[in-house]
Structures are given as structure tokens and as C-alpha cells.
Ligand binder design. Structure first.
Ligand SMILES: Cc1cc2nc3c(=O)[nH]c(=O)nc-3n(C[C@H](O)[C@H](O)[C@H](O)COP(=O)(O)O)c2cc1C
Ligand SMILES: [Mn+2]
Length: 485
């Protein structure tokens, strides 16, 4: 498998600058402005530029924040070492194949790395030396950890987990850590807490895009995300042994901390609210009243002129990822479940998933819809699942809406399934359900396909065939200019 061309976040940023759109933003306020401009730029069409914030208000030049890193299909393809000129649907498929075929490569310990260029310990520790943004007006505080990697070690097996969990700044040396129930990083903390001990922890802010991707993908318990990064890169991830915790810390991270998470009975703190990916404030103490774990920082390490990787959630109308790679993963899972003749899978926003099939037999669409509902990749958030025919491009909302408005008879072609897996941040979950920890909600499957039994009598599409469209566009391009694709 091919290796990726870059070694760390800054090399990847430089590679992006060479192939794609980006802007430097100077003098922005860490308070709301970085968040607001990122949200506004994410809505730029066709693809948002990468934003590099420098000389942020109250901070010296060189203390930087990067946002919209992976917001174009080109940058997402580059991050995985994929060709840059493919359609979104093809890229999603290629990305999934790469992820599926990855063989784990363990990290390689090196004696030192650039992350140790600057060290703060003891009284010197101050996380607000970095221009940590306040992203959304009603956020409970400034969040340094959005595109982060949180690392801890299972005390029983020695297995090292790495996960992306949001991290709030409470004080110069105290952070809030929100890990949703069941997260592997939380399970590890719990084992220490059960013995009345604090859990040693490390975290990085500003890893390369594959380290970020591995951190937020759920690997089976016991298979380390650090080895998955190596596999994706095609060579081991270099790590240094944390001087305080002994945990592996990516040597080329922009910023890293070491510290410990005390048992919540001994120390915990209100956390959030935080504007989350569904487009609402949620999680943490919000809605449940539960205080959340904290990280007591013991040391901060950082490179010269560090870059915080900002991956703060935006509402779903401001797309932050150029490629919904999970779509390709779902595609594989559906094929694994025996669904044949899938021509495309596209996840528009975790709550809206479209699957295109070439119908081969009566019941094929229903089989695909119900399988999607149960697949691990869609089970948690797949509120609307739409099955379309092969003539519909599932990545095009225009085409999907056309299928939904013309091939669905609401009385018969929408199926509701109740009691499905969800999460506490589901905005529509009634307070009593959330409080009783019954984190379930319903799903709707739209069978937006020509009914199989009378598909031959279904009115023929009057849309111009793609070949003729291409031909006339080419012929009249001096009179009318069309965007490429
Ligand atoms: C930008 C971003 C932020 C995230 N924030 C959180 C969070 O605050 N809490 C959480 O439990 N999961 C969060 N997640 C999801 C986890 O990273 C994901 O479930 C991952 O699988 C967790 O790792 P684990 O399976 O090793 O526990 C976030 C994901 C992304 C992409
Ligand atoms: Mn894990």
C-alpha cells in the first residue's frame, strides 16, 4: 500500500497549500470570531478553503489555529494518499477500501521529537499561552481539544487507546474531558477509578490528519489506534515515551500534555455546554446535571510556532468534511451483510444516509434499508435512510430529493422503526428519556425506488441523458460556461 507524502500536520498543510485553496486570517479574535469565520467559510461553494489563523488577538504571531483542514474532497484525498481527480463517490469507495485493507503497524519509539522543543512544568504550566478559541456564543468555556488525540493505557492488558474527546479549559492547569458513556478511553479511566487511583493520560492538539482520523474512528477493544495510524501511513508513527506517564506521545504533534484524571468522586467539574455536531448545545453537564472528569495537567510540550488543529463542530449546513468516509465503511458493511448490486452509499450528515441499488428482486430495497439500520456505521445516528435506484447519484441532494418526491408514496413507502440506538446529544430525545438513560430514538426508511412489481410501467425519466448533456456543454462552451464535473 502506498505511503502518504507528509509526516506531520505542518507538512500536510504545506502540501495542501500547493494543490488547493487556503487563506491566512490575521488579527481574528479567539472569542467567537474564529468559530464564526470558520462556519461562514464552510458554507462557501463548491469547496471551503483551509483557514490558517495567525496573530490572533491577545497572542503573539506564530501561535496559530488551523480550521477546515479536511473540508474539501481534494484535501481529504491527499490526507489518505488517494488520487486527487476522482468524484466524491469514487473517493469514498477508495477510502473505505484503503481503511479495510490496512494492516496494523506498531508505533516506533524515538528518543526525542520536535514536540519537546518547548516544555512547561510546575508553576510554568499555562494552557492559555495558546490562543484557545471560544467557538460558539453559549459554550461553557474555551475548548483546546476538538481535533485532539487523548491517549491512555488499559491497566490490565497494557493496550493503549487513542480517542478524540472534547477538552475544555477550566484553569491554566485544569481541563475538562467529556467522554460519552461507553467510550473506550472512559472504560480505561474507570478501571483506575475503581481502585481509587487517578488515570495517567496524555493528549495532543495538532496531530497529522491520519492520527486525527484514527483517533475518532472506533477500533475494536484491544486494537490500538496508534497501530492503525501506522497502517494508514504505510510506516510507523514516531512516538516519544512521555517523561511523566510513560505513555506514547506522537513526536511530531504540535502541542501535547501529560497529566492525570482523578476519580470523579475526588475531583470533577461542570463541563460544557458545547455547540455539538447536530447544531445544538449539548453533552457534558448540560441536560444531565452530572459533573464531568477533569485532567490535572503536569506538563505541556509544544513545537515552536505551534498550530492548534480546530475541528470544532459546526451545524450540519456548514460541511466540515470534504469526504464522508464513513459512507464507504457502510458500503462495505452492507456488502458484508449480503446486499448485492449497491451502486453508491452517501452519508450527508450523520442523520441522513442514502443508498443506491440496482433492484434485482422484490424485497431488495427493503433488505438494504433494514440492513443499513443495523450496520455498526449507521446504527447510532442513521435517523433517515433513503433507498434510491441506480440512476440517482446518492451524493447529489438534488437527485435524492427528486427521488423522494416522485418515487415515494408516503402511506406505503416510509417505514418507521422505533427504539433504536442513539446518544445523549440527540436533540429530539425527550428530557425524561435522557434522564432515565434510555438513549434510543426512532428511524425512518424511505423506499424512494420505482416499485419493483411494476417498475416497467413506471413513467420513464425525461431527463436528458448524461452523454448528450456532456456533448452540448462541450459544443456550446464558448456561449455558456459550465462548472467542471
Ligand atoms: C471532532 C470530533 C469530536 C468528538 N468529540 C467527542 C467527545 O467530546 N466525546 C466523545 O465521547 N466522543 C467524541 N467524538 C467521537 C469519538 O472520537 C469516537 O467515538 C471514537 O471512536 C472514540 O474513541 P474510542 O472508541 O477509542 O473510545 C468526537 C469525534 C470527532 C470527530
Ligand atoms: Mn479505541
Amino acid at each position: 500500500m502506498s505511503e502518504v507524502s507528509y509526516n506531520d500536520l505542518r507538512e500536510y498543510i504545506d502540501a495542501c497549500k500547493a494543490i488547493d485553496d487556503w487563506r491566512e486570517i490575521r488579527d481574528a479574535d479567539w472569542k467567537e470570531e474564529i468559530g464564526a469565520l470558520t462556519e461562514a467559510a464552510a458554507e462557501l461553494i463548491p469547496d471551503p478553503p483551509m483557514l490558517m489563523f495567525d496573530k490572533i488577538k491577545d497572542y503573539p504571531e506564530g501561535m496559530r489555529v488551523v480550521s477546515l483542514l479536511l473540508a474539501s474532497p481534494k484535501r481529504a484525498a491527499l490526507s489518505l494518499g488517494l488520487p486527487l481527480d476522482k468524484s466524491k463517490l469514487e473517493l469514498v469507495r477508495l477510502a473505505a477500501r484503503k481503511i479495510k485493507e490496512v494492516k496494523a503497524i506498531p508505533p516506533m519509539e524515538v528518543p526525542h521529537g520536535p514536540v519537546m522543543e518547548n516544555v512547561m512544568t510546575g508553576e510554568d504550566v499555562d494552557i492559555l499561552r495558546f490562543p484557545v478559541p471560544l467557538y460558539h456564543k453559549l459554550d461553557g468555556g474555551r475548548y483546546i481539544g476538538t481535533g485532539d488525540s487523548v491517549i491512555n493505557r488499559d491497566p490490565e492488558s497494557g493496550y493503549v487507546n487513542m480517542g478524540t474527546y472534547r477538552i475544555q479549559v477550566h484553569e491554566r492547569n485544569l481541563l475538562g474531558l467529556w467522554m460519552s458513556p461507553g467510550q473506550q478511553g472512559r472504560q480505561i479511566c474507570q478501571k483506575y477509578w475503581d481502585q481509587g487511583k487517578s488515570c495517567p493520560i496524555a493528549a495532543t492538539f495538532g496531530g497529522d490528519p491520519l492520527t486525527f482520523m484514527a483517533s475518532h474512528s472506533r477500533r475494536p477493544w484491544g486494537t490500538s489506534e496508534l497501530e492503525f495510524v501506522g497502517g494508514l501511513r504505510g510506516r510507523p508513527l514516531e512516538v516519544i515515551k512521555g517523561p511523566i506517564t510513560g505513555l506514547p506521545i506522537p513526536a511530531y504533534a504540535e502541542i501535547a500534555i501529560e497529566g492525570e484524571v482523578p476519580p470523579p468522586g475526588i475531583e470533577s467539574h461542570p463541563e460544557g455546554p458545547f455547540g455539538e455536531w447536530p447544531g445544538y448545545y449539548s453533552g457534558g453537564t448540560a441536560g444531565t446535571g452530572e459533573l464531568q472528569p477533569v485532567i490535572r495537567i503536569k506538563a505541556i510540550y509544544h513545537r515552536n510556532h505551534p498550530i492548534i488543529l480546530s475541528e470544532a463542530p459546526l451545524w450540519p449546513g456548514a460541511p466540515k468534511y470534504g469526504l464522508p468516509i464513513g459512507s464507504g465503511v457502510l458500503w462495505d458493511q452492507l456488502e458484508g451483510a449480503g446486499i448485492q448490486d449497491i451502486t453508491g452509499v452517501y452519508n450527508h450528515d450523520r442523520y441522513f444516509i442514502v443508498i443506491a441499488i440496482r433492484q434485482r428482486y422484490a424485497g431488495h430495497a427493503k433488505q438494504a434499508g433494514l440492513a443499513a439500520l443495523g450496520c455498526a456505521e449507521a446504527a447510532r445516528h442513521g435517523r433517515y435512510i433513503v433507498i434510491v435506484d441506480e440512476d440517482i447519484d446518492p451524493s447529489s441532494m438534488k437527485e435524492v430529493l427528486w427521488a423522494m418526491t416522485t418515487r415515494v408514496d408516503p402511506a406505503t413507502d416510509i417505514e418507521i422503526v422505533d427504539g433504536c440506538l442513539s446518544t445523549p446529544i440527540d436533540p429530539v430525545m425527550p428530557p425524561e428519556k435522557r434522564e432515565s438513560r434510555d438513549h434510543t430514538s426512532s428511524r425512518a426508511i424511505f423506499y424512494a425506488v420505482r416499485p419493483f412489481a411494476w417498475r416497467d410501467k413506471f413513467p420513464k425519466s425525461s431527463r436528458t441523458e448524461k452523454a448528450l448533456l456532456r456533448e452540448v456543454k462541450e459544443k456550446y462552451k464558448s456561449v455558456l460556461s459550465f462548472p467542471s464535473s
